[in-house]
Write a protein that binds this ligand. Structure first.
Ligand SMILES: [Zn+2]
Length: 261
């Protein structure tokens, strides 16, 4: 009886792991803009729908929309210029740009499908239109590269693996294994996030350049983010992103490539 109990758990564990791995690898598609093969289980239409549905709730988390139509329109104009001048216009996404009323949080983010937000806390720290374009271009990079959808697919995979290991180790002897699996899972997520940020920086720089903005201004954006995170309140934009020093090195390399073309 003891033995068959273990075997059942083992079978269940393998089943859960197997199912999530199959689900993950079946869900790959070619990115319509970048041509990259990606593991995503959402269609672009689902991404757009998901972004539009969650936008009001996301906005509410940051004090709602900033109550100044002139500022809102100025941001939309910059964002639309970036989309119009670049490959982003060929994407299936519906881009829109919003300023959030939260004056303390220094942040910008993109929902899947093209809804992009910048807090007034970050906006008031930026010094010119180029820098605003840098932030928005970076966020457009997240959307075009489908980072949210990739992240969701990856989390589904990780959840299955962690669940499988936990079920397999439920006799108490293997809790170490479960913890290791969870730790590895979070490490993969972390690394994934950093790669996404650097990739979005790269795309953002190209979008700036193609739209007539100065990509060098992105270096100043990094310094501004660094200054903002120096206070007691850690900037979410900066904390989920690689260190500004590393990003500045990569940004300078990419600008050299862009200008060398
Ligand atoms: Zn980012």
């Amino acid at each position: 009886m003891e033995r068959s109990g273990i075997n059942m758990r083992l079978l269940l564990m393998l089943g859960i792991i197997g199912f999530s791995v199959i689900k993950y690898y079946m869900g790959s598609s070619i990115n319509p803009v970048t041509g990259e093969k990606q593991r995503v289980s959402l269609t672009p239409e689902q991404e757009v729908a998901m972004g539009l549905q969650s936008a009001p709730q996301m906005a509410a988390e940051f004090g709602g929309l900033y109550n100044d139509p002139k500022v809102q329109n100025a941001i939309k104009t910059i964002g639309n210029k970036l989309v119009r001048s670049t490959e982003a216009a060929k994407s299936p996404y519906q881009f829109d740009f919003h300023v959030l009323a939260d004056p303390e949080t220094v942040n910008a983010f993109a929902l899947p499908g093209g809804q992009i937000f910048i807090t007034v806390g970050l906006l008031k720290r930026l010094e010119n239109e180029h820098q605003i374009a840098g932030v928005l271009g970076h966020e457009i990079g997240h959307v075009v590269n489908r980072h949210s959808a990739e992240h969701m697919a990856k989390q589904g995979l990780l959840q299955g693996i962690v669940q499988g290991v936990v079920v397999g180790a439920s006799d108490g002897s293997g809790m170490g294994t479960a913890q290791i699996a969870q730790y590895v899972g979070s490490m993969i997520n972390m690394k994934f996030g950093r790669d996404d940020e650097l990739e979005s920086d790269k795309y953002g720089l190209h979008y700036m350049y193609e739209s007539g903005y100065q990509p060098e201004q992105m270096i100043r954006v990094m310094q501004i983010l660094d200054e903002a995170s120096g206070g007691q309140r850690q900037s979410e934009f900066a904390s989920s992103h690689p260190s500004p020093e590393n990003r500045i090195i990569k940004i300078k390399e990419e600008i050299a490539k862009i200008k060398g073309q």
